[in-house]
Design a protein around this ligand. Structure first.
Ligand code: NAP
Length: 340
């Protein structure tokens, strides 16, 4: 496609490096809705239609269904600023010959850092400690004030030993942890990588993982198989002192079951970077357990400056590749290029 004939619509402001790449090949329109006011599906459809967009750069909260995918007759590529693509109707994209790209790998280390930040903050009651200081309750050193849980020497269960799960497990070497994991297939290469770092690693069933682990990290994608994967039965298998951290997708955990399990003391502490519903309303009953047994962060797993810049570049490069009739560097759906 000749330079600057194409139109790209971005559903909200992304880091500049991504916009600069797109501006070199297309007219770029960024929805100026602001960071906390995402466009509705109707607004996205209206914008894509009006612009007759050739490319769409979207984010997690945008529902990209058949209606969006058919809003412009020229739409040939959708690229999401995320590794997860559960918000895009891939079947419809395939039906309409629209390529879909994402940003895998680049955010794994940043996300793994957050998993450990959450584990340590929860186990060692950092938020409560901070409040203790700012509320003026800290009068002296006390033998039983803000006592937490040890992290070193624990058994860490990783549900989904993919790119992020492996990055989480690797960090465990410094904490002298053992790892057990589930995945639909065994991962001998990842096991070898971890063993080289001195981390003992075992492939087990989900039930076995829940029974064995002091720390459970959820790192599966959201699919039909993983939706609602952890419910009351699963929580009851966990040790009463176990800590659960979810940075995958909120829907992998049954929220009501999690509330009941916390209320029944079947699970000790929980940290969530993703929730169902998302965003979690400040009045949600789950927050009754915060901050002593629950901490929640607002889906910031990949949120570091270098990683978000790189994600913006990768998402833009997917679109540019399609305009040049090339394979997307990071494709989820790759229908044949029009005209090839
Ligand atoms: P990945 O490399 O594709 O890893 C996913 C792992 O899950 C694979 O090992 C896969 O192994 C396993 N898996 C898939 N279905 C499973 C099932 N039914 N039961 C057990 N294991 C299963 O993905 P990733 O890059 O690590 O990312 C994982 C997810 O994290 C993303 O899809 C996204 O939803 C989420 N994420 C969240 C944030 C955040 O900001 N909080 C940031 C990035 C990513 P098998 O195929 O062998 O089962």
């Amino acid at each position: 496609m000749p330079k600057n004939e194409a139109v790209v619509y971005i559903t909200r402001k992304i880091p500049d490096p991504g916009i600069e790449i797109l501006e070199s090949v297309a007219d770029v329109y960024v929805n100026d809705c602001g960071p906390q006011n995402p466009p509705s599906k109707t607004e996205i459809i209206e914008d894509v239609t009006e612009l007759e967009a050739d490319g769409l750069l979207c984010m997690l909260p945008d529902e990209i269904d058949r209606d969006v995918l058919t809003a412009s007759p020229d739409l040939e590529v959708v690229s999401t600023l995320s590794v997860g693509f559960d918000h895009i109707d891939l079947e419809a994209a395939n039906d309409y010959g629209i390529a879909v790209g994402h940003t895998p790998g680049v955010l794994s280390e940043t996300c793994a850092d957050l998993v450990w930040a959450l584990v340590l903050a929860t186990a060692r009651r950092i938020v409560e400690g901070y409040r203790f200081v700012t509320d003026g309750e800290w009068k002296t050193w006390a033998p039983e004030a803000i006592v937490g849980q040890d992290v070193y020497g624990s058994t860490l269960g990783i549900i989904g030993l993919g790119k992020i799960g492996t990055a989480v497990a690797k960090r465990g070497a410094g904490f002298d942890i053992d790892v057990c994991y589930t995945a639909r297939s065994r991962k001998p290469e990842r096991e070898a990588e971890l063993e080289e770092l001195g981390v003992e690693v075992t492939h087990v069933s989900l039930d076995e993982l829940l029974r064995r682990s002091d720390l459970v990290s959820v790192n599966v994608p959201l699919t039909d198989e993983t939706e609602g994967l952890l419910g009351r039965r699963e929580f009851q298998q966990m040790d009463d002192d176990a800590l659960l951290v979810n940075t995958s997708r909120g829907e992998v955990i049954q929220t009501d079951a999690l509330y009941e399990a916390l209320a029944a003391d079947e699970i000790s502490r929980v940290c969530l970077d993703v929730t169902d519903p998302e965003p979690l309303p400040p009045t949600h009953r789950l927050l009754e357990f915060a901050p002593d047994r629950l901490i929640v962060t607002p889906h910031i797993g990949s949120s570091s400056v270098p990683t978000r810049n790189k994600m913006a570049e990768m998402a833009a490069e997917n679109i540019v590749a399609r305009f040049r009739d090339e394979q997307l560097p990071n494709a989820v759906v790759s229908p044949p290029n029009p005209g090839v």
